[in-house]
Ligand binder design. Structure first.
Ligand code: SAM
Length: 235
C-alpha cells in the first residue's frame, strides 16, 4: 500500500511466519535432516556470519557496543554477539523468527552468564527507530526489489552511528543467468521472489546516506552467494 512495499511485504511476512519459517529454521539450525542444497546454504551462510564476527573482533570487539540486527531471523548473528557482550536489539518482520531467536538465546546462554539478554521483536525494518553504534543486516536485501533498496539502505544508515554491515546477493551477468535458469532457487523454495542487487547501486545508496564502503567480502558456493560490505561514515 505504500513505498514500504505493500502486498509483496505482506507476502514475505506470511511466508516467513509459515513455510518459510519451517524451511529457514531448519537451514539455520543443526538438524542433519536437510537436503544437500539446504546444507550448502547453511554452510555458506555460516561463513558470512563468521566473516562479520571476525571483522567486529578485529575492530576491538563488541563488549558494551549497541548493535541492531535488522531482519535477525533465528538469531544466527544476534546470539553470538550478545554472548560476546554486545547490547543487541534484533527484529524481524516474522514473529515466528523473532520468537525462535529469543528461544535459541535462552537455550544457548549459560546459566550465570553475565551477557545481556538481547531484545528480540517482531517488527519490519522500516519501523525500527533509535540509534545504534553498529547496524547489521545480513541476507535480507534479497527480499527487496531494486527500486526499494536505496530507501531501505538509507533508513539503516540513519540508525547507525559508526558502522553498517550489510550483505546482499550481487547482480552480475553470471548470477542473473543462474537465477533465470533456477539454479539458485530450486523447486519448492520459490515462495517469495528473490532480487539480486548491483554492487554499484548499493554503494551509491550508501554514499547518498553519507557512508563509504570500508571492507568487502564475498562468499559463494553452489547455491549460496552473498556480498558483504562494511560501511562507515564518509567523513
Ligand atoms: N539475518 C538473518 C541471518 O542472516 O541469519 C536472517 C536471514 S533470512 C534469509 C531473511 C530474513 O529477513 C527473514 O527472517 C525474514 O523474515 C526477514 N525479512 C524480510 N523482509 C523483512 C523486512 N522488511 N523487515 C524485517 N525483516 C525482514
Amino acid at each position: 500500500t505504500s513505498t514500504a512495499g505493500g502486498d509483496e511485504k505482506e507476502a514475505v511476512k506470511g511466508y516467513f511466519n509459515t513455510v518459510g519459517f519451517e524451511r529457514w529454521n531448519k537451514i539455520y539450525g543443526t538438524t542433519d535432516e536437510i537436503s544437500s542444497v539446504q546444507m550448502d546454504i547453511r554452510e555458506g551462510h555460516a561463513v558470512t556470519v563468521d566473516k562479520v564476527l571476525n571483522w567486529l573482533a578485529q575492530e576491538g570487539g563488541v563488549k558494551g557496543v549497541s548493535v541492531c540486527d535488522a531482519g535477525c531471523g533465528t538469531g544466527s548473528l544476534s546470539i553470538p554477539l550478545a554472548l560476546q557482550g554486545a547490547k543487541v536489539y534484533g527484529s524481524d518482520i516474522s514473529e515466528a523468527m523473532a520468537n525462535e531467536a529469543a528461544r535459541r538465546y535462552e537455550a544457548e546462554a549459560k546459566a550465570g552468564s553475565t551477557a545481556e539478554t538481547p531484545k528480540f521483536e517482531a517488527k519490519d525494518l522500516e519501523s525500527i527507530s533509535g540509534t545504534f553504534h553498529t547496524v547489521c543486516c545480513i541476507d535480507v536485501l534479497i527480499h527487496y526489489p531494486p527500486e526499494r533498496m536505496a530507501e531501505m539502505v538509507g533508513h539503516l544508515a540513519s540508525l547507525a552511528e559508526q558502522r553498517l554491515i550489510l550483505s546482499f546477493a550481487p547482480s552480475t551477468p553470471y548470477y542473473e543467468v543462474l537465477k533465470r535458469i533456477g539454479e539458485f532457487f530450486p523447486k519448492g523454495s520459490k515462495a517469495t521472489r528473490a532480487y539480486l542487487h548491483r554492487e554499484e547501486d548499493v554503494e551509491a545508496a550508501l554514499a547518498k546516506a553519507g557512508y563509504r564502503v570500508a571492507k568487502r567480502e564475498m562468499t559463494a558456493s553452489k547455491f549460496y552467494f552473498s556480498r558483504l560490505f562494511e560501511a562507515v561514515p564518509a567523513s
